[in-house]
Design a protein around this ligand. Sequence first.
Ligand code: UD1
Length: 440
Amino acid sequence: MDSYSFKITGGKPLKGHVNVSGSKNAVLGILAASMMIDGTCTLENVPDISDVHVMVKICESIGAKIETSLSPDGSVTLQIDPRGINTYEATGAGVSKIRASYYLLGALLGRCGKASLRMPGGCDFGQRPIDLHLKAFRQMGARGADYRNLNGGIISLHADPLRGAKIFLDIVSVGATINVMLAAAKAQGKTTIVNAAKEPHIVDVANFLNAMGARIKGAGTDTINIVGVPSLPGNFTYSIIPDQIETGTYMIAAAVTGGDVTIHNIIPTHMDPLSSKMREMGYIIEEGDDFLRVYKDPEEEIWGTNVKTAPYPGFPTDLQPQTVVLLCLSQGQSKMDEDVWENRYQYVPELSRMGANISIFGHFALINGIDKFNAAQVRATDLRAGAALVCAALAADGTSYIDEARRIDRGYEKIVDKLKSLGADIEVTESTGYFVDKEA
Ligand code: UD1
């Protein structure tokens, strides 16, 4: 069933325990990195989500062998053998389905000294340029397509040889930081990335590259040093870190339904930007070594607040839509300042169908608190927007339908089963046909 909806009857507090899956954004970078190994590797705690399925198919299309198996805890393990890679061209249709396919530019440049890639896809937040990636590759000696002069939407680069360089990122970019780390791992000499992104998945990709045999220091700070090595032997097992955004989404779902949920297999410090805002609003967040419990005192009011998205350790833009749902169900007026993407409020008209009172002024959203959402028929305009609508529908009175739910399955493993286990009334139904289902 390609086109389906989530049917959610809200108003039930979520209660119980839920396990978080491996990080989507980490595993996508790591899968690309694994294409540079001269041996094999095993990846554990891989999330079973459609973006990973697409990335695995792209890697197989260039000659890698990837075997999938289920671990006893239900997570996915991948056995990866990239030794059969027989091309530097990744130009199939799958490449433009996801954003992270652009990591193959760095990985194939590193492996083959050449890379041809179809322009990547992903969620539509307005302009999503990759000029910083291409500028960095040029500084490392790569020649070929300029960003303004692509050949039929294909980027082709070649370097003879690829050399280390000092790369200053004038905007903090997750994608450019990872792509430069990949290419630099096998470049000649030393690369320094200044003003690097510090997201948890940057550190995870760097740890994975080091386990492969790369020499990377400083990941998680704003200066990363990479000394290129001639070969990356591999032959190791690596476990993906937990997903920060999935964790935050369950924290918000618990909160807006007035529930009491303990979220396991997580790294609580990754959640500090959200935990601190939720505590400020009046929620109770209890923290253990690898879990968080979220609930509220029924006697206490929940107050609105102001939030500004920023690169890590700032407030994650990928939790912005879910957080707006949280702010809707609080007292007074709140302000959201989306400072990473130029257009990430496409879901607001959908939330307004459910009774939200939100005004948009450029990158600001002014949110006036409401008592309840009402059920409605809405459309998941992108992955995290869809997650936000799920949170709103779980808190709403009545039965909502979220169309184009496949966008949510891009990034949330078994979301329907996990929410059901917490007591939610949610099921997958055929598309209502109310909205025209467009390809994402
Ligand atoms: C990644 C995440 C995405 C998240 C984003 C910010 C993946 C697969 N996706 O996206 O979920 O929302 O980080 O945390 O990991 N920019 C440029 N030129 C470039 C690159 C970026 O101007 O060459 C700008 C972008 O327009 C944006 C900002 O830099 O305004 C940050 O983008 P970036 O961190 O690169 O996001 P992605 O890596 O694409």
